[in-house]
Design a protein around this ligand. Structure first.
Ligand SMILES: C[S@@+](CC[C@H](N)C(=O)[O-])C[C@H]1O[C@@H](n2cnc3c(N)ncnc32)[C@H](O)[C@@H]1O
Length: 234
């Protein structure tokens, strides 16, 4: 299969796809951010994959000579002003019978997970939703995927929902949340949402673990919705 990965970032999705299609297949990853693609290229080289390449550019306007068997992407439509238009454009580069699949966050669902006994987690959810909203991202993109596919005149998509969840003492999620807040801290400060002292990244994982142990209320990480469909075959 020949696959196009939209918004590859550091390459997780493209690398997975390249392993799946094997040496007779091909994956092309696209991202507007050339710097992050250097990481993706480095990772591909380290893995020894020769069926993968990365191109810097805006996926909404790039033109392709040959069509693809599948066009995929994770956490990327949520950053585009007009996701329906993007899907319409991308559809024109799919072969008959081709697959289109996107996975996006839904932070509107995330907001409903607050609980009186988890003040730290409640605060983190509020901060993260605010930062995404202020950056202009579609925070409800996950649940919007179905409508976006239909509005782009694609066949009705199949859907899936997944949200990592945990709460035992050794759960890696506490550290994952702390790491996520370390990377988002510059934006939290830029938008005056929270300061480094308020977030206190260094102690965050431990504080979350303690809160969980006291509240006995498992933590659900950001929900992901996947939508996929197939064009009619000729
Ligand atoms: C949150 S990252 C997701 C990276 C990767 N898909 C993953 O799930 O690990 C979003 C990526 O989409 C890229 N992106 C956003 N808009 C884009 C566009 N119009 N064309 C190409 N890439 C875009 C960003 O530069 C960023 O690297």
């Amino acid at each position: 299969m020949r696959i196009l990965d939209i918004g590859s970032g550091s390459g997780d999705v493209a690398l997975t796809a390249a392993k799946m299609v094997g040496s007779t297949g091909e994956v092309i990853g696209v991202d507007v951010n050339g710097e992050i693609l250097e990481t993706a290229k480095h990772r591909a080289k380290k893995t020894g994959l020769t069926n993968i390449s990365f191109i810097e550019g805006d996926a909404r306007t790039l033109e392709w000579e040959d069509n693809f068997d599948a066009i995929i992407g994770r956490l990327v439509l949520m950053y585009m002003a007009k996701p329906t238009e993007t899907l319409k454009e991308l559809k024109s580069y799919l072969k008959p019978g081709g697959i289109i699949a996107f996975q996006e966050l839904d932070l509107t669902l995330f907001q409903s997970l607050t609980h009186p006994k988890t003040p730290i987690m409640n605060q983190l959810m509020q901060w993260i939703c605010e930062v995404f909203q202020r950056s202009g991202a579609h925070i409800g993109m996950g649940l919007e995927l179905y409508r976006t596919f239909i509005d782009a005149e694609l066949p009705e998509p199949k859907l899936d929902f997944a949200a990592p969840m945990g709460g035992d003492q050794l759960w890696s999620g506490y550290q994952y949340i702390a790491n996520s807040f370390r990377s988002v801290l510059p934006l939290l400060e830029e938008y005056n949402i929270a300061s480094a002292i308020e977030v206190d990244v260094e102690t965050l994982a431990d504080r979350l673990r303690k809160e969980m142990m006291t509240a006995k209320r498992p933590i659900v990480l950001t929900p992901h919705v996947t939508a996929w469909t197939k064009l009619p075959s000729l």
